[in-house]
Design a protein around this ligand. Structure first.
Ligand code: PEP
Length: 248
Protein backbone atom coordinates (compact mmCIF):
# COMPACT_ATOMS: atom_id res chain seq x y z
CA UNK A 1 0.00 0.00 0.00
CA UNK A 2 1.54 3.31 -1.07
CA UNK A 3 0.97 6.28 1.26
CA UNK A 4 -0.44 9.40 -0.40
CA UNK A 5 2.02 12.31 -0.58
CA UNK A 6 1.18 15.97 -1.18
CA UNK A 7 4.10 18.36 -1.74
CA UNK A 8 3.87 22.14 -2.12
CA UNK A 9 6.52 23.90 -4.20
CA UNK A 10 6.68 27.58 -3.23
CA UNK A 11 9.24 28.28 -5.98
CA UNK A 12 10.66 31.84 -5.87
CA UNK A 13 7.26 33.26 -4.95
CA UNK A 14 7.44 34.28 -1.26
CA UNK A 15 8.92 37.02 0.84
CA UNK A 16 9.94 36.08 4.39
CA UNK A 17 6.72 37.50 5.83
CA UNK A 18 4.53 35.64 3.29
CA UNK A 19 6.42 32.39 3.97
CA UNK A 20 5.97 32.88 7.70
CA UNK A 21 2.24 33.54 7.38
CA UNK A 22 1.73 30.51 5.13
CA UNK A 23 3.76 28.22 7.40
CA UNK A 24 1.81 29.35 10.50
CA UNK A 25 -1.46 28.36 8.82
CA UNK A 26 -0.06 24.98 7.69
CA UNK A 27 1.29 24.24 11.17
CA UNK A 28 -2.27 23.64 12.39
CA UNK A 29 -2.89 20.87 9.79
CA UNK A 30 -4.22 17.61 11.24
CA UNK A 31 -4.58 14.86 8.62
CA UNK A 32 -7.87 12.99 8.71
CA UNK A 33 -6.68 10.20 6.45
CA UNK A 34 -3.27 8.74 5.79
CA UNK A 35 -1.36 11.41 3.89
CA UNK A 36 2.19 12.72 4.10
CA UNK A 37 2.51 16.44 3.48
CA UNK A 38 5.61 18.51 2.75
CA UNK A 39 6.42 22.01 1.55
CA UNK A 40 9.46 23.29 -0.32
CA UNK A 41 10.00 26.98 0.54
CA UNK A 42 12.74 29.10 -0.99
CA UNK A 43 16.18 28.33 0.48
CA UNK A 44 16.36 31.62 2.40
CA UNK A 45 13.19 30.78 4.30
CA UNK A 46 13.96 27.16 5.19
CA UNK A 47 15.19 27.82 8.77
CA UNK A 48 12.21 30.08 9.51
CA UNK A 49 9.68 27.61 8.09
CA UNK A 50 11.47 24.66 9.76
CA UNK A 51 11.08 26.35 13.13
CA UNK A 52 7.36 27.05 12.61
CA UNK A 53 6.59 23.52 11.32
CA UNK A 54 8.84 21.73 13.83
CA UNK A 55 6.00 20.24 15.88
CA UNK A 56 3.54 19.90 13.01
CA UNK A 57 2.68 17.06 10.60
CA UNK A 58 4.08 19.04 7.66
CA UNK A 59 7.57 18.14 6.53
CA UNK A 60 10.14 20.17 4.67
CA UNK A 61 11.87 19.86 1.31
CA UNK A 62 14.41 21.81 -0.71
CA UNK A 63 13.67 22.95 -4.28
CA UNK A 64 17.06 21.84 -5.61
CA UNK A 65 20.53 20.88 -4.38
CA UNK A 66 24.14 21.03 -5.56
CA UNK A 67 25.76 18.18 -7.48
CA UNK A 68 28.23 17.72 -4.59
CA UNK A 69 26.61 16.09 -1.54
CA UNK A 70 28.76 17.51 1.26
CA UNK A 71 30.13 20.86 2.33
CA UNK A 72 32.79 22.45 0.18
CA UNK A 73 34.07 25.34 -1.88
CA UNK A 74 31.22 25.93 -4.33
CA UNK A 75 30.12 29.54 -4.23
CA UNK A 76 26.40 30.15 -4.35
CA UNK A 77 25.32 26.50 -4.14
CA UNK A 78 23.27 24.74 -1.44
CA UNK A 79 24.28 21.16 -0.69
CA UNK A 80 22.00 18.24 0.09
CA UNK A 81 23.85 17.93 3.40
CA UNK A 82 22.91 21.54 4.28
CA UNK A 83 19.26 20.80 3.43
CA UNK A 84 19.32 17.75 5.68
CA UNK A 85 20.97 19.79 8.41
CA UNK A 86 18.19 22.40 8.37
CA UNK A 87 15.51 19.70 8.70
CA UNK A 88 14.55 18.72 5.16
CA UNK A 89 13.32 15.23 4.37
CA UNK A 90 12.82 15.76 0.63
CA UNK A 91 14.45 17.60 -2.26
CA UNK A 92 13.05 18.32 -5.72
CA UNK A 93 15.42 17.25 -8.50
CA UNK A 94 15.09 18.07 -12.19
CA UNK A 95 12.04 20.34 -12.05
CA UNK A 96 11.20 21.37 -15.60
CA UNK A 97 11.94 25.03 -14.76
CA UNK A 98 15.50 23.94 -14.00
CA UNK A 99 15.77 21.57 -16.97
CA UNK A 100 14.37 24.08 -19.48
CA UNK A 101 15.02 27.57 -18.09
CA UNK A 102 18.32 26.99 -16.28
CA UNK A 103 19.45 24.31 -18.77
CA UNK A 104 20.20 21.44 -16.39
CA UNK A 105 21.27 18.35 -18.31
CA UNK A 106 20.30 14.75 -17.56
CA UNK A 107 23.87 14.23 -16.29
CA UNK A 108 23.63 17.12 -13.81
CA UNK A 109 20.24 15.88 -12.61
CA UNK A 110 21.58 12.36 -12.08
CA UNK A 111 24.47 13.82 -10.02
CA UNK A 112 22.06 15.87 -7.90
CA UNK A 113 19.93 12.79 -7.39
CA UNK A 114 23.01 10.87 -6.17
CA UNK A 115 24.00 13.74 -3.88
CA UNK A 116 20.51 13.80 -2.33
CA UNK A 117 20.55 10.04 -1.67
CA UNK A 118 24.06 10.26 -0.18
CA UNK A 119 22.92 13.02 2.19
CA UNK A 120 19.96 10.92 3.37
CA UNK A 121 17.28 12.96 1.63
CA UNK A 122 14.38 11.56 -0.38
CA UNK A 123 14.77 12.90 -3.92
CA UNK A 124 11.58 13.79 -5.78
CA UNK A 125 12.74 13.45 -9.37
CA UNK A 126 10.57 15.41 -11.80
CA UNK A 127 9.95 14.19 -15.35
CA UNK A 128 7.65 15.49 -18.05
CA UNK A 129 7.23 16.21 -21.72
CA UNK A 130 6.63 19.50 -23.53
CA UNK A 131 3.48 20.11 -25.56
CA UNK A 132 5.44 19.71 -28.77
CA UNK A 133 6.83 16.35 -27.65
CA UNK A 134 3.32 15.20 -26.70
CA UNK A 135 1.95 16.31 -30.08
CA UNK A 136 4.68 14.28 -31.78
CA UNK A 137 3.61 11.21 -29.78
CA UNK A 138 6.92 11.19 -27.90
CA UNK A 139 5.65 11.69 -24.33
CA UNK A 140 6.44 8.20 -23.04
CA UNK A 141 9.82 8.12 -24.83
CA UNK A 142 10.79 11.47 -23.27
CA UNK A 143 9.91 10.56 -19.69
CA UNK A 144 11.50 7.11 -20.10
CA UNK A 145 14.73 8.78 -21.25
CA UNK A 146 14.64 11.18 -18.28
CA UNK A 147 14.19 8.27 -15.84
CA UNK A 148 16.77 6.07 -17.55
CA UNK A 149 19.45 8.72 -17.05
CA UNK A 150 19.00 8.35 -13.29
CA UNK A 151 18.65 4.57 -13.38
CA UNK A 152 21.87 4.28 -15.43
CA UNK A 153 23.83 6.33 -12.92
CA UNK A 154 22.63 4.62 -9.72
CA UNK A 155 20.99 1.39 -10.84
CA UNK A 156 17.29 0.83 -10.23
CA UNK A 157 18.08 0.40 -6.51
CA UNK A 158 18.75 4.14 -6.46
CA UNK A 159 15.07 4.74 -7.07
CA UNK A 160 14.25 2.59 -4.02
CA UNK A 161 14.21 5.54 -1.65
CA UNK A 162 12.95 8.09 -4.15
CA UNK A 163 9.70 9.62 -5.37
CA UNK A 164 8.91 10.38 -9.03
CA UNK A 165 6.82 13.41 -10.02
CA UNK A 166 5.22 13.37 -13.46
CA UNK A 167 4.83 17.02 -14.45
CA UNK A 168 3.84 17.63 -18.07
CA UNK A 169 5.51 20.94 -18.93
CA UNK A 170 2.36 22.14 -20.73
CA UNK A 171 0.36 21.84 -17.49
CA UNK A 172 2.74 23.68 -15.14
CA UNK A 173 1.49 27.10 -14.11
CA UNK A 174 -0.79 27.25 -17.16
CA UNK A 175 -4.13 26.42 -15.54
CA UNK A 176 -4.37 23.48 -17.96
CA UNK A 177 -4.39 20.19 -16.06
CA UNK A 178 -3.82 16.83 -17.68
CA UNK A 179 -7.07 14.92 -17.40
CA UNK A 180 -7.03 12.24 -14.73
CA UNK A 181 -7.00 9.63 -17.53
CA UNK A 182 -4.04 11.28 -19.34
CA UNK A 183 -2.12 11.47 -16.07
CA UNK A 184 -2.97 7.85 -15.18
CA UNK A 185 -1.74 6.67 -18.58
CA UNK A 186 1.63 8.36 -18.05
CA UNK A 187 1.91 7.21 -14.43
CA UNK A 188 1.24 3.62 -15.52
CA UNK A 189 3.96 3.98 -18.19
CA UNK A 190 6.43 5.34 -15.62
CA UNK A 191 5.62 2.51 -13.22
CA UNK A 192 6.05 -0.10 -15.92
CA UNK A 193 9.51 1.28 -16.84
CA UNK A 194 10.55 0.88 -13.20
CA UNK A 195 8.80 -2.49 -12.77
CA UNK A 196 10.70 -3.82 -15.78
CA UNK A 197 13.92 -3.13 -13.85
CA UNK A 198 12.61 -4.12 -10.39
CA UNK A 199 9.10 -5.33 -9.59
CA UNK A 200 9.23 -4.45 -5.90
CA UNK A 201 10.67 -0.95 -6.44
CA UNK A 202 8.19 -0.27 -9.25
CA UNK A 203 5.24 -1.46 -7.20
CA UNK A 204 6.22 0.56 -4.13
CA UNK A 205 7.50 3.84 -5.56
CA UNK A 206 5.25 6.88 -5.07
CA UNK A 207 4.48 8.66 -8.35
CA UNK A 208 3.07 12.18 -7.95
CA UNK A 209 1.24 14.22 -10.56
CA UNK A 210 2.05 17.93 -10.91
CA UNK A 211 0.54 20.58 -13.19
CA UNK A 212 -2.17 23.06 -12.18
CA UNK A 213 -3.50 20.88 -9.36
CA UNK A 214 -6.28 22.55 -7.37
CA UNK A 215 -8.73 21.44 -4.69
CA UNK A 216 -11.33 20.96 -7.43
CA UNK A 217 -9.33 18.39 -9.44
CA UNK A 218 -7.27 16.67 -6.72
CA UNK A 219 -9.86 14.07 -5.71
CA UNK A 220 -10.27 12.82 -9.27
CA UNK A 221 -6.50 12.54 -9.69
CA UNK A 222 -6.24 10.67 -6.37
CA UNK A 223 -8.86 8.17 -7.54
CA UNK A 224 -6.48 6.84 -10.23
CA UNK A 225 -4.62 3.62 -9.34
CA UNK A 226 -1.10 4.86 -10.21
CA UNK A 227 -1.42 8.43 -8.89
CA UNK A 228 -0.01 8.38 -5.37
CA UNK A 229 -0.09 12.08 -4.66
CA UNK A 230 0.49 15.51 -6.13
CA UNK A 231 3.17 18.17 -6.47
CA UNK A 232 1.47 21.55 -6.22
CA UNK A 233 2.86 24.92 -7.34
CA UNK A 234 0.51 27.91 -7.50
CA UNK A 235 -2.20 26.42 -5.29
CA UNK A 236 0.36 25.68 -2.57
CA UNK A 237 0.67 29.41 -1.89
CA UNK A 238 -2.88 29.55 -0.58
CA UNK A 239 -3.03 27.66 2.74
CA UNK A 240 -6.77 26.91 2.56
CA UNK A 241 -6.51 25.61 -1.01
CA UNK A 242 -3.42 23.54 -0.22
CA UNK A 243 -5.01 22.04 2.91
CA UNK A 244 -8.14 21.22 0.92
CA UNK A 245 -5.93 19.32 -1.56
CA UNK A 246 -4.27 17.48 1.36
CA UNK A 247 -7.70 16.55 2.71
CA UNK A 248 -8.29 15.01 -0.73
C1 PEP B 1 5.16 22.91 -10.26
O1 PEP B 1 5.81 23.86 -10.61
O2 PEP B 1 5.74 21.92 -9.77
C2 PEP B 1 3.72 22.95 -10.46
C3 PEP B 1 3.10 21.80 -10.49
O3 PEP B 1 3.15 24.18 -10.62
P1 PEP B 1 1.57 24.52 -10.78
O4 PEP B 1 0.84 23.68 -9.76
O5 PEP B 1 1.47 25.96 -10.52
O6 PEP B 1 1.19 24.12 -12.17
Amino acid sequence: MRTRLVVGNWKMQSTASAAEKLARKLATFKPVSSVDVAVCPGFLHLPLVAQILAKSCVELGGQDCATNPGLGALTGEISAHQLKDVGCRYVLIGHSERRLTIGESAGVIAKKFTAAVEAGLTPIVCVGETLEQRRQGMAVEVITGQLDATIKKLGVEGLGGAVVAYEPVWAIGTGVTASAEQAQEMHAAIRSVIVSASVSIGDNIQILYGGSVKATNAAELFSMPDIDGVLVGGAALDADEFLAICAG
